[in-house]
Design a protein around this ligand. Structure first.
Ligand code: PEP
Ligand code: MG
Length: 653
């Protein structure tokens, strides 16, 4: 028997993919291999057991081998553990959120009719304006239940067969789904490995053999295994519970002879009723058939609301109704601007909506004359109207709306909902494509703005009492040059086109800006040394903390432009959580305190001779536009669906 202690160097530790690769390597040897971390240990040939150990980079572990090839096995495995990039392969370039998918339990659509006739609306949070009225598509997960618990001894063989067929079918479907989404095969491999492990399919088979029904055994084992992942302290590994739930659900559905409905099958225009939708749900959905959206979660500046607006989908979020009530609706009418929802509206309400929707359509058609207009106020002030984008998929909508460039490209969506970070090349390709699409108009790329509330793979966020006041945005980036520098290098590479600008979020003080500038200079020098072409992007900051607003005069000396993030600035100035639907009435960008802060920023920018934009949601609000322009804002950046109206408003000022 041989054993050795080692400090693990695999970056991000033995999470799904490295664990799978490690176990695969371990299986090449006949000796037994055991890995110890603290007081726990696992069979090194089981990827699932390794994941459950939660080994992170820089953890000290002990590796024990026992058998004829123990020495060579130990050497190979130690070499694996010493290599930071072991088992991690860069993901293929892919469009924004689509690169990979957690296997979340797909919800089941259902529509039990209830008596129509709602005259009074339910009020939620107005999240994306516009009117919608139509058939409801209920997108809520329905708990699966086995039809029986136990089987007779003579049924064991049949049940084992049924499980085998359902399991193989689910893995094949999974493979197909990931292929369609353009994902790496090794992701499927990692998931299949979990599914095929002793802990999942092995445990299900054991339970069937001891007299359990196949569906009951699958649901039970899946739940237990998911619970083990949920109990882990690593955020990434915890979220693997979704994968287990997903596989469990797929297998159980087949065993129960049921089918899940997904937004990808929306074959006709519907109003979607859900608890919440992820960026991935949007990526998979037939968005053109979502004419309206009603969710019980979310708030006006949540990313769900931002996605709805960027797709031009009227939406009401944070609707205070039970899921059971949503489930019963067959038709829905909603007014996104007012935050009103009629579940099963009366014929009169429907007729009223039909008229208003027709009027809205003709108003929108009339706006199209502003598409190529460069808006100027009547007193001669030019105002740029740009688009806020989160993925390349929104480019067409922005151009069709006549956006004069991109005022905010939220890069975090490229990092979310996937298993590995996009590398420098992938990012450079995306930023270049964006810059080309709008050339010679400016394209502002915001560097990664994530925190504990929006985890991304490859970054372990600490548990924080207040993630919105915590390690996020530029704070995290400055601490993680391994994440920040590839992004800065990618921006510099795209900047050869001449229209790329870079913007730093969550800036509090001058020192942070100077440190970013030093990193940009370091990246530029390295690119020159490596013979890689780069350009110098203009540097701007988001003014979204009270500290930045109060010291805007100092910050203005350091940067080429300001962009006011009113979503966060309002939250921090008013001390009101932007995500909390119950505080929506206190979350006011038009409060004098916020307006004074904006005024200070504009004055500092004017004195320093730099432009100031607003890229928070207030930029699109008709009643805010005159105020913002009056205060000295020269660019408004917003969801593509609001661009035409903003142009019209500016021209009429
Ligand atoms: C803002 O805070 O106003 C902003 C535009 O950034 P985000 O909504 O992505 O936080
Ligand atoms: Mg912000």
């Amino acid at each position: 028997m041989l054993e050795t202690e080692i400090v693990v160097k695999v970056s991000e530790g033995l999470h799904a993919r490295p664990a799978t690769q490690f176990a695969k390597l371990a299986k090449e040897f006949s000796c037994s291999l055991q890995i110890f971390r603290g007081t726990t240990s696992a069979d090194a040939k089981s990827a699932v057991k390794l994941m459950l150990l939660g080994i992170k980079q820089d953890d000290q572990i002990l590796l024990r081998a026992d058998g004829s090839d123990e020495s060579v096995a130990l050497n190979r495995l130690l070499a694996f553990l010493s290599e930071p990039s072991a088992g991690v392969q860069p993901a293929k370039p892919a469009q924004a959120q689509e690169a990979s998918a957690p296997l979340d339990g797909s919800p089941t659509g259902s529509a039990e009719p209830v008596a129509p006739g709602a005259v009074q609306p339910v009020r939620g949070v107005p999240a994306s304006e516009g009117l919608a009225c139509g058939e409801a598509f209920v997108y809520l997960p329905e708990a699966l239940r086995a039809t029986r618990q136990f089987i007779e001894p003579h049924e064991v063989a049949t049940e084992l067969d049924r499980f085998g067929v359902a399991f193989a079918g689910s893995i094949a479907a999974l493979d197909q789904q990931f292929k369609t989404m353009g994902c790496h095969e090794d992701i499927v491999e990692a998931l299949a490995d979990v599914a095929q492990s002793d802990e999942f399919s092995g445990a299900v088979k054991q339970r069937i053999a001891s007299g359990w029904d196949a569906a009951a055994a699958t649901l039970q084992v899946g739940e237990e295994l998911a619970a083990s992942f949920l109990a882990m302290d690593d955020e990434y590994l915890r979220s693997r519970a979704d994968d287990i739930h997903g596989i469990t659900r797929q297998v159980a559905l087949r065993l129960l002879g049921m089918e899940d409905v997904s937004l990808a099958c929306l074959s006709r225009p519907c109003v979607v009723l859900a608890a919440d939708l992820s960026a991935l749900d949007f990526a998979r959905a037939q968005v053109a058939n979502i004419v309206g959206l009603v969710c019980t979660k979310g708030s006006a500046t949540s990313h769900l609301a931002i996605m709805a607006r960027s797709h031009g989908i009227p939406a009401v979020l944070g609707l205070p109704v039970d899921e059971a009530v949503l489930r019963g609706a067959t038709r829905v009418a909603l007014d996104g601007a007012q935050g009103q929802v009629w579940l099963d509206p009366s014929p009169d309400v429907e007729a009223g909506f039909a008229t208003r929707i027709a009027q809205e359509k003709s108003r929108h058609a009339a706006l199209s004359v502003y598409r190529d207009v460069e808006p100027v106020t009547r007193d001669g002030r030019h105002v740029e109207i740009a688009a806020n984008l989160g993925s390349l998929g929104e480019i067409d909508a922005a151009r069709e709306a006549g956006a004069m460039g991109v005022g905010l490209f939220r890069t975090e969506l490229l990092f979310m909902d996937r298993r590995t970070m996009p590398d420098e090349d992938e990012q450079a390709a995306i930023y270049t494509q964006l810059a080309q699409a709008f050339h010679p108009r400016p394209v502002v790329i915001r560097t990664l703005d994530v925190g504990g509330d929006k985890p991304v793979p490859g970054i372990v966020f600490p548990e924080e009492d207040n993630p919105f006041l915590g390690w996020r945005g530029v704070r995290m980036c400055l601490d993680r040059p391994d994440v920040f520098m590839p992004q800065l290098r990618a921006v510099l590479r795209a900047a050869t086109l001449g229209n790329v600008q870079v913007m730093i979020p969550m800036i509090d003080d001058v020192d942070e800006v100077r440190r970013v500038k030093t990193l940009i200079a370091t990246c530029a020098e390295a690119l020159t040394r490596e013979g890689i072409a780069w350009g110098q992007p203009k540097l701007g900051i988001m003014v979204e903390t009270p500290a930045a607003a109060l010291t805007a005069d100092l910050l203005a000396q350091e940067v080429d432009f300001f962009s006011i993030g009113t979503n966060d600035l309002t939250q921090y100035v008013m001390a009101v959580d932007r995500m909390n639907p119950d505080l929506a009435s206190l979350y006011r960008t038009d409060h004098p305190a916020v307006l004074r802060a904006i005024g200070m920023v504009c004055e500092a920018a004017r004195n320093a001779g730099i432009p100031v934009a607003v890229c928070g949601e207030a930029a699109a609000r008709p009643e805010m536009i005159p105020l913002l322009i009056g205060l000295g804002v020269s660019e408004l950046s917003m969801s593509p669906s609001s661009v035409l109206r903003a142009k019209k408003i500016v021209c009429e000022l």
